[in-house]
Structures are given as C-alpha cells and as structure tokens.
Design a binder for this molecule. Sequence first.
Ligand code: NAD
Length: 496
Amino acid sequence: MTSLAHFEALAGSIQLPGKAIIDGKVRSAVSGKTFDNISPRDGRIINQVAECDASDVDSAVAAARRAFEDGTWRNMHYRDKKRVLFKLADLMDRDREQLAVLESLDVGKPIRNALGGDVPQSAKCLRYYAEALDKVYGEVGPETQDRFSFAVHEPLGVIGAIVPWNFPLLMAMWKVAPALAMGNSMVLKPAEQSPLTALRLGELALEAGLPPGVLNVVPGFGGTAGKALGLHMDVDMLAFTGSGPVGKLLMQYSGQSNLKRVSLELGGKSPHIIFDDCPDLKRAAKEAAWGIFYNSGQVCTAGSRLLVQNGIADQFLDELLKVARTIQVGDPLAPQTTSGSMVSAAQMNTALRYIESAKKEGASLALGGHRTRTETGGFYVEPTVFDQVTPQHTIAREEVFGPVLAVTRFKTAEDAIRIANDTVYGLAAGLWTRDITLAHRTAREIKAGLVWINGWDSCDITMPFGGFKQSGFGRDRSLHALHKYADLKAISITLG
Ligand code: NAD
C-alpha cells in the first residue's frame, strides 16, 4: 500500500462533495444553510455541507415519486438496469482511492480498512444485487380450468434510507443496491457526521446513467431532514440503520403519517463465548480482539461482551491482551494504522464516560482506558479491556459503540447461554468449541440474528443480516433484502 504522503496529497486534491443531489442536479439547500463537516482525524472543519430540511426532503421525495411513476427505471429492461448498476460498481472501482480517502477523512477510519473493506465491499454488494435482479420470480397459483392466478413482486415506490456514520458507504449500499435493483426510487439521508461518500455515490450514480430522481441524497440533521423523511406522506418505506431510540421514533413517525413500512437495524451488545475446549486459542483471541476493536468498536455487531469459561480464562485473556497491544492507534490516512479515531468528540466522550462507569462499578481495568493522540486535536481512544465484569455492570448492558471490551467469566454452558441472552439486544453472537453438539445447541439457544461458530463475522453478502429483540427487524444482505423492497401482488385471470 502507498504512503501517508500519497493519501494526504489525494485528500488535498479532492473536491469534497457538499451539495445535495435532487432530481439529477447537484444543489444547495433551499434555505442556503450549510453545516460544518468536522474530520475526527484532527478536529478540523474540512468542508461545508448543505443543511437540507423539510423543504429539500419534499423536493427529493417529489423527484423520487416522479421518477418512479414515469417508469423509466422501474420498467427498464432488466438487462439495461444491470448495465447501469454494474457501471456504477465499475466507477466505484475506478475511484476507490478517492472514496476511501473521503471515508477515512470523514469518520477517522484507517485508510487500509476503507480501501480494503468498505469500498470494495460496497461495489461487491452492488454487483451482487445487479446479478440478482433478473432472478426474481413470481409464483403461479394452483391450477383450475377456469382461472389462472399468479403473484408478482412489485417495487414499493419511494424508499427513504436513513443511515449511520460507522460504515457510511457500505450501510448506504446495503439499502441502495437491493432497493434500486427492485426498481424503487430513493431518498438517502446520510448521517450528519459522514455525508461525503453518500454524496459522491449520488454523483457517480448519475454518471453511470441512473435516471434523474431515482437516487436523491439529502445531507442534514436527524431531527430535521431525517424526521421530515420519517413523517412524509409520500414515502413508502423507511430503511434505517442506527440507534434504538431513533428506530423507535421512526415507528412513531410511520404511525403518525402514512403507515409506511419500517425496517430497522439497531446495534447490539453481542456476546463472544469461548468454551474451555476452544479449538484454536490464538486464532480465537485474535478474532475476539478484532471483533471489538475493529473500527474503534463502532460496529453494530461488535463483540463487546467476551464470555470466557473459567478453565482457560487467564490464558485466553493473556493472548487477547497480546493481540490488543499490537493495535496501532494512529493517523487514519497512514497505511500502517490499524485503529483510527472515533467518529466525533461526542462519541469519544460517550466511550470515556462508559470507561469511568466501569471503573466506579468495580470492573478491573486490564488495558487502555484513556483518550490518546490528544495533541492532534482528533478524537482517539485506546483499545480498552475490563476484566471481572459482572452481567449487572453498565458496560455489560449498554452499547458503548467504542473500543471497550467487557470480559465476564463463566462456569457452565447454561451460564454462558443465560448471560449471553441477558440483554435487550439480539444482533450477533460468536462461540468457540470443538464439541459439535454444544456448538449447535448454543447457537440455537442464543437469541440473535447472526451466530458465528469458531470464527467471528464470518458471513458475507450472501447471508441475511439483522437482529432479534431490540436489535431491530428486517434483513439487509442476501436475497431476503431484495424482497424487503417489494410487495406481493396476486393477479387472477378468469378464463373462458
Ligand atoms: P442515530 O441513530 O442518532 O443516527 C443514525 C441516523 O439517524 C443518522 O442519519 C441521523 O441523522 C438519523 N436521525 C437521528 N435522529 C433522527 C430523527 N429524529 N428522525 C430521523 N432520523 C434521525 O445514531 P447516533 O447518534 O449517530 O449514534 C448514537 C448511537 O447509535 C451509537 O452510540 C450507537 O449505539 C448507535 N449506532 C448504531 C449503529 C448501527 O450500526 N446499528 C450505527 C451508528 C450508531
């Protein structure tokens, strides 16, 4: 990989996108207002971004509706739809370094992850749904002499996508790709912390030949632009990734407006269980460490609760700490950096508050625990590990969304399952054992949408992603996500 100087030069040369994309045009907000976009890398303002509000959302929804009703995209031959989506993926490949730098600047993500993960995975996701769009078949009903009945999948109409800042491009793409593949139009609202790659995606989509109005991007704040989208009478569905409280608000907005569908992906407090007969301690320790410290812990599936069986707990923790000590917290644009900054001062302070609460409540600090690289002006927190955490401690119950691991020891498999399920969340879980029966029983008993055995985060775009309980409902990824953006229509022809 190239050098820090290379990525800094690129960052200096890119025209940072800051305007909304509505009806195929790159526009300022109707109010003319902009907001400061701050890079958490050094706390500096990097550009001004259009502060869209309800009137911009109105224009974007109207454009999306017109584009949907005129049918140019919806009724386009599947061969041509595929061509446009593949072209967009090719443009993302062409601009991968630029997109990676935008992401890294905007959220403090290590450039190696943006370049090796977020950007190629987003292009891959788009190609997956482009490939899938001509493999969606309807159903033919039971035959009778005088009737022919069939069911077809129809696009829903206008989809409002509200996305978070932890994987800005990828979370947007998990919604944009299947929704567009199904023939819908969209209004995408990126998080206020991370508008850059969504705006560039909107520009690239136009370059790829997506008809104007099919993908609109409205940067702005949640309480204004997001709320307006949530309450809009002409939005057919909200696809959301973010926090639980906002997820609950979106369901209220739906009830207060037009009963639009809502799909929610809302974080978690995922348990990572290591049984005494763990088949590969070193690999498990590495995956447990990266399962929490990747992206500075700002991952909805972060393995933030490590449950270790008593027999190997000390040895396992030693191995895990060895891995954690190799993590290089550094400049996000430096290729050797493996852990960048947190997304904002607010998110850093939240993590630091949780660290203080853990100390006060009696957990034992085994690593880290402080802000670091303060001299840069950026928002960095050390990888932090607490041992002797009880299931009642705040850091075992609440989503920190930072680089903070809570280690709890357990005696029996029943204890592990009970502790694992003792949470309002149910997004992901991992477990390590040689015992196939124990693995299978535990996987089935854990209330979570994703369970990984002898590995962490081992599924890809081909498998459904989403939560049980207060981690939300509705699935991203896989062919299930395509059907989420469609309705079933039964058509019956009376014969003769
Ligand atoms: P958030 O839920 O407030 O923001 C996510 C998105 O929702 C953003 O686009 C935001 O503008 C929008 N939003 C906020 N208020 C809204 C409203 N009233 N109506 C419509 N849209 C609204 O998340 P956050 O404040 O950025 O982060 C807070 C916590 O959320 C984190 O600490 C973490 O626990 C959780 N989170 C989870 C994920 C995830 O992947 N599940 C991602 C980011 C944050």
